[in-house]
Design a protein around this ligand. Structure first.
Ligand code: ADP
Ligand code: MG
Ligand code: ZN
Length: 581
């Protein structure tokens, strides 16, 4: 079997879109358009849908990265109905959540599409009934939970029979980021999916996800055969307004005010604990907000009821843990509030992504205080059942969220997209985030930081051949003692802590700025278990060192009109002050 690829080189280069015209030359073009109109009632394709459909109908593997609400389902639901492609039979969809499957199968049946599901919630009789229809080739689509695929002998035999009878059309891995331990939503059962490509040779694979930084993407790509077509589009959600607010003792009152301002419009409030969900919902009701709570501790009947009430706009607000919402398709969610900081940027992106799926302006709020960061971090590091490297990895993901909250200078959108390795020109934000608004009219001081940037390059030089992540590099520059720093003796380096007086937030901005200017570059490698992204000197590093380029960054001139998001003295301000002298 082919070796997993250990780098993304040559893969990301294929991400440019094919033109829609490519499909019109194919034999299935007419049928595809007919199904789009007549079955799904849609006028046209959204970006990359036609490309994905075309590729899978040609029998090729394809990886689809599309923001939440972008229209991933159509990429596999439509080809499942096409008779004139090179593939025949039933489309198998692996999907991580039962509620998500139920949603989709219900929707498909309404469109008179022959769809069923197989999961642990079905009783044994219904399950074997579905499996026997499946094996007879009578279904167009079947949704299967990952554990059915990995543990059920009956299911495995059914698929083998279908394979032998040539009625296995394609295998779809939805929410494919679940295969990656680097993703925010890792499912051990999804690990089995990395080998379906070997179990069913020649059957096209389609993997879809809304969230993938390069580490996660590498794990997803390994589910497909070498060099799949990777379709990637910008993750910028232009219709979302971003805001981070200081979290004070009256946070629930503040949230109630927000909800009341939205009147009867729909919103989600993400809370950290089950208890928080309950008390917040109750308090909101006392303010006259129509709110219910939702978390994994409720029985499934109550959960479906809460979800349905909200989906059909009978209740306006759900106070929920992150268990709520994956794959739920409510187009008119006008706001999403994080009452506590999320644990990582991927989760944040996914959860905020549930707002504004209909494309209309919607707003996302995050309430943050530094003390809460420390609490959550401690809880992560103390999780006994979790292996040490995973715990530390989770803590480093949380650190990124803290830095995002603390960074009151750079465009929020730019920061979020940076996490997905996407460069974004903050002018395109058009004042749709708190930082862009706050920095408007504010005199921004443009400072030359070339000499500091050189220290970053020098640090990488002195580290030599060791692999370092951007975070480790930031730690070394700002003199933070971590396990890695100690183990690798980085604290003995001459330049260790050379930028410590500028603050962690500034150092992070600087390193990310250098990455976006090719002074540094990132690369992804597969270790013994996972893929990891590291940084090294980039193409422009020698230009910088030879004074052929200057690095400039913006700082706010004063903090009079701007308070730090956590109420402490803003680091940007102190940095700017240093630079003014
Ligand atoms: P994702 O899985 O990417 O989050 P979905 O597949 O659930 O998104 O689709 C989100 C919404 O977009 C659905 O309401 C769907 O009907 C709609 N949609 C998908 N494709 C199109 C299209 N080509 N034209 C109009 N609406 C579409
Ligand atoms: Mg989806
Ligand atoms: Zn902005």
């Amino acid at each position: 079997s082919p070796q997993p690829s250990d780098s993304l080189q040559g893969i990301t280069s294929q991400t440019q879109s094919l033109s829609g015209a490519v499909m019109s030359s194919k034999g299935w073009y007419k049928e595809v358009i007919q199904i789009l109109h007549a079955k799904f009632g849609l006028n046209s394709f959204r970006p990359n849908q036609a490309e994905a459909i075309n590729e899978t109908l040609s029998g090729q593997d394809v990886v689809v990265l599309m923001p939440t609400g972008g229209g991933k389902s159509l990429c596999y639901q439509l080809p499942a109905l096409v008779k004139s492609g090179t593939t025949k039979g039933t489309t198998i969809v692996i999907s991580p959540l039962i509620s998500l499957m139920e949603d989709q199968v219900y929707h498909l049946k309404n469109l008179n599409i022959k769809a069923e599901m197989v999961n642990s919630k079905l009783d044994a009789d219904t399950r074997s009934e579905v499996i026997s229809t499946l094996v007879k080739g009578e279904l167009e689509l079947v949704y299967i939970s990952p554990e059915m695929l990995s543990i059920s002998r009956v299911m495995q035999m059914a698929l083998q029979t279908m394979y032998d009878k040539h009625i296995l059309a394609r295998i779809v891995i939805d929410e494919a980021h679940c295969v990656s331990a680097w993703g925010h939503d890792f499912r051990p059962d999804y690990m089995a999916l990395t080998k379906v490509k070997n179990d069913y040779p020649g059957i096209p694979i389609m993997a879809l996800t809304a969230t993938a930084n390069n580490q996660v993407l590498l794990d997803i790509v390994n589910c497909a055969r070498p060099n799949p077509l990777v379709l990637k589009q910008s993750f910028n959600r232009t219709n979302l307004l971003y805001e981070v607010r200081k979290k004070g003792p009256k946070v629930v009152n503040e949230i109630a005010e927000i909800c009341l301002n939205y009147g009867g419009k729909s919103g989600i409030i993400y809370c950290r604990s089950k208890k928080d969900c309950e008390t917040t919902a109750e308090k909101l009701r006392s303010h006259g907000v129509s709110a219910e709570h939702y978390h994994a501790g409720l029985d499934s009947e109550t959960r479906s009821k809460v979800q349905k009430n909200w989906q059909e706009s009978r209740t306006h607000v759900v106070c929920a843990t992150i268990a709520f919402g994956m794959g739920i398709d409510k187009p008119d969610v006008r706001y999403v509030i994080h009452m506590s900081m999320p644990q990582n940027m991927e989760g944040y992106y996914q959860e905020t992504g549930r707002a504004g799926r209909d494309g209309r302006m919607s707003k996302v709020y995050l309430f943050y205080k530094f003390g809460e960061y420390l609490n959550i971090r401690r809880m992560i590091l103390e999780e006994q059942e979790v292996q040490r490297d995973i715990r530390e990895h989770k803590a480093s993901l949380l650190l990124k969220v803290m830095q995002y909250c603390e960074n009151t200078v750079d465009c929020r959108r730019k920061q979020v997209l940076q996490y997905f390795n996407e460069t974004f020109d903050s002018r395109l934000c058009e004042m749709k985030c708190d930082n862009c608004v706050a920095m408007r009219g504010q005199t921004v001081v443009c400072q030359d930081v070339t000499e500091l940037a050189k220290d970053v390059v020098r640090i990488l030089e002195s580290i030599g051949m060791d692999r370092v992540t951007d975070q480790q590099c930031i730690d070394i520059l700002s003199g933070r003692m971590t396990t890695r720093t100690r183990e690798s003796n980085y604290n003995k380096l001459k330049l260790f802590g050379c930028l410590s007086s500028y603050g962690l937030t500034f150092v992070e901005r600087l390193v990310h700025d250098l990455l976006s200017q090719d002074v540094l570059e990132d690369y992804t490698k597969r270790n013994s278990r996972f893929a990891q992204t590291y940084i090294r000197q980039g193409k422009k590093a020698s230009n910088l060192m030879h004074d052929k380029m200057r690095i400039k960054m913006n700082f706010p001139k004063s903090n009079e009109t701007r308070k730090a998001s956590n109420g402490r003295k803003s680091k940007e301000y102190s940095t700017a002050k240093r630079f003014r002298n």
